[in-house]
Design a protein around this ligand. Structure first.
Ligand code: SF4
Length: 330
């Protein structure tokens, strides 16, 4: 089924985020537009410092007080950026759940895992305590936390990093959110734990009424196993949005190609140069100082727009002619 056939749950349009610092204003996200669709995984990939996590935090409206945002994050007919904190609290963790990079920041160290899941079931769906405990054990079992009864009785400090990550996923989905934001779920995990995290996320993706999932990761091999759509971020901008099956076969943006070439399974060829500091982005196409094609494109000193190529989009002048031609390959 084409990715575009499912309902859009969260729509981001022209999102800009800036931080006011002692050295002046820093634009961290520039003109971000994305759709998150029911039951689909959109994976946001790119090097560290590209702004991926800031996007997740922006959706949750958890930016620090020196940040300002404009544009639209449309959910349930409302622009989340217009909501006051009280209304946002009704959505945060309930309708839109956030699984951060470091599970310790979200898990309550004084409560057993089973109680942390159960609390949501009691508060949100009026479960009785015993019923909530039983359901918590079932959720843990589904996400591969074995033996689930023992995990439910454990406190966070008794679990490994990978188990805590999945326990947090269990808490995240207990409230049956419409949107699940998962930030770097493989960070610090060995290959066995990664496989378990993958299984847990696949389980969530295949649930009845599964949420729209935004998977933020620098781990392209993990994204390949889970994502329906790939969005590539570079220096605060989205530079490509492509169906996953096309992306891993024939990515569009020169940066995407280099990202894939840098994978151990594809040759481990390092990307030339360094990711620019977001405080001082290059003019024009932000990738031009590192791009192997920039010398042939005078236009590269002007910022390219997002260019539709078939049902995908790419921010690169190389595709300007394809966009304008009725005879393109897509
Ligand atoms: Fe490279 Fe130019 Fe495309 Fe940027 S616009 S990615 S510099 S070819």
């Amino acid at each position: 089924m084409p990715v575009t056939d499912t309902e859009v749950i969260l729509r981001i349009r022209g999102l800009k985020v800036s931080f006011q610092t002692e050295r002046g204003r820093i634009d961290v996200l520039d003109d971000i537009s994305l759709n998150l669709r029911k039951g689909r995984v959109l994976s946001l990939v790119g090097e560290s410092g590209s702004g991926k996590s800031v996007l997740g935090i922006s959706i949750m409206r958890l930016l620090p007080s020196n940040a300002s945002s404009s544009g639209e994050i449309l959910y349930g007919g409302k622009n989340l950026l217009d909501l006051n904190e009280r209304s946002m609290r009704e959505i945060r963790g309930k309708e839109i759940a956030w699984i951060p990079q470091n599970p310790d920041t979200m898990l309550n160290p004084t409560l057993k895992i089973g109680d942390q899941i159960g609390e949501i079931l009691i508060e949100r769906y009026g479960y009785k305590r015993k019923e909530a405990w039983k359901t918590s054990v079932e959720i843990l079992r589904k996400l591969g936390l074995n033996p689930p009864e023992r995990i439910a009785r454990s406190y966070p400090h008794q679990l490994s990093g990978g188990m805590k990550q999945r326990a947090l996923l269990a808490i995240g989905i207990a409230g049956k959110p419409k949107v699940l934001l998962v930030d770097e779920p493989t960070k610090g995990l060995d290959s066995i734990m990664k496989e378990k995290a993958l299984k847990a996320l696949r389980e969530i993706k295949n649930m009845r009424d599964s949420p729209a999932i935004l998977l933020i990761t620098h781990d392209l091999e993990f994204a390949e196993k889970l994502a329906d759509v790939i969005a590539v971020m570079y220096c605060g901008q989205i530079v490509e949005i492509t169906k996953a099956e096309y992306f891993f076969r024939s990515p569009l943006h020169p940066y995407s190609k280099l990202l894939l070439d840098a994978l151990p399974s594809r040759g481990l060829i390092p990307i030339p140069g360094r990711h620019p500091n977001i405080t001082d982005p290059p003019i024009g196409c932000r990738f031009h100082p590192r791009c192997p094609y920039s010398h042939s494109q005078e236009k590269c000193l002007d910022e390219p727009p997002m260019i539709p190529v078939g049902e995908n989009e790419v921010k690169c002048w190389l595709y300007d002619d394809i966009r304008n031609s009725s005879d393109n390959a897509y």
